[in-house]
Design a protein around this ligand. Structure first.
Ligand code: GEK
Length: 241
């Protein structure tokens, strides 16, 4: 795993964070050291796939990056009949994900699509995974995307929605941001790296509160939407159609 040192040296200008080749090349290290609970969420996505996948249906992994969730679900669904559609709009992510899948021996059908997740058609899905990606979609487009996902799910199908979250309570907001920084420091990031990355990502990542997410999911038509995992300001919800 190539170590992430993108923000390790002082930068003259901090540009908005992008999922380019520099990021894709260090992504597994970056996400593991930056997102508390990431490996639990990925492993549990496989457990949920095993439970909720239904024969001849599709699973969508929206904002698949290097395909961590896709590879876990594929392994869980060996021998089943259906397909995974893994979507990302970053060419670097899709190319590298394809190379990783080429080394994977699981036989569950998988197709990559390079597209904006707000423009794709979703149909015949038993499960949709949105792991840490809705946060990069402009807030005004989020309800439309969640509505499209709901409509493309079979009855009883699920959406797994994992996000960085915000808090209405100012004390909780600053406490969890602080704890997240401590988590990053404990994982070897310096103060400079943490602060430069924060400047780069603040304009492109808009976290929302759990009540905002739940309200949007219920408005779309989901019969339930519950937090099944949270570590500091990162949470995952399970919404059932
Ligand atoms: C994982 N789910 O490892 N359309 C398609 N892809 C997009 C869009 C968009 N509009 N916006 C962003 N992306 C992964 C981690 S990372 C989260 C997801 C993070 C893609 C973007 O290219 C990137 O690959 C991914 O969403 C977000 O479980 O880095 O914090």
């Amino acid at each position: 795993m190539k170590p992430d040192a993108i923000y390790a040296s002082p930068l003259d200008e901090i540009v908005d964070f992008q999922f380019d080749d520099k990021v894709a090349s260090v992504f597994p290290d970056m996400i593991k050291r930056s997102v508390p609970g990431y490996s639990t969420v990925i492993a549990t996505t496989g457990v949920l796939a095993k439970r909720y996948f239904s024969r001849d249906s599709r699973i969508y992994d929206l904002g698949c990056s290097l395909g961590a969730a896709t590879l876990t679900m594929r392994k869980a669904l060996q021998g089943e009949q259906g397909e995974i559609i893994a979507v990302d709009n970053s060419a670097s992510m899709i190319e590298r994900a394809k190379a990783l899948v080429a080394q994977d021996s699981a036989d569950f059908p998988l197709h990559f699509q390079r597209a904006d997740i707000c423009d794709i058609e979703i149909k015949n899905a038993s499960m949709v995974v949105l792991n840490y990606t809705l946060q990069f979609i402009p807030p005004a487009q989020r309800q439309g995307l969640i509505d499209t996902i709901f409509q493309g799910l079979r009855p009883g199908g699920i959406l797994v929605l994992s996000e960085k979250i915000a808090f209405d309570d100012a004390h909780k907001q600053s406490l969890f941001i602080d704890l997240h920084h401590s988590f990053k420091k404990a994982n070897g990031y310096s103060e400079l790296e943490i602060s430069q990355k924060r400047q780069a990502i603040d304009n492109v990542l808009t976290p929302e509160t759990i009540p905002q997410h739940r309200q949007r999911l219920i408005q779309a038509g989901f019969s339930s939407a519950d937090v099944w995992f949270q570590c500091f300001n990162f949470a995952s919800l399970l919404a059932v159609k």
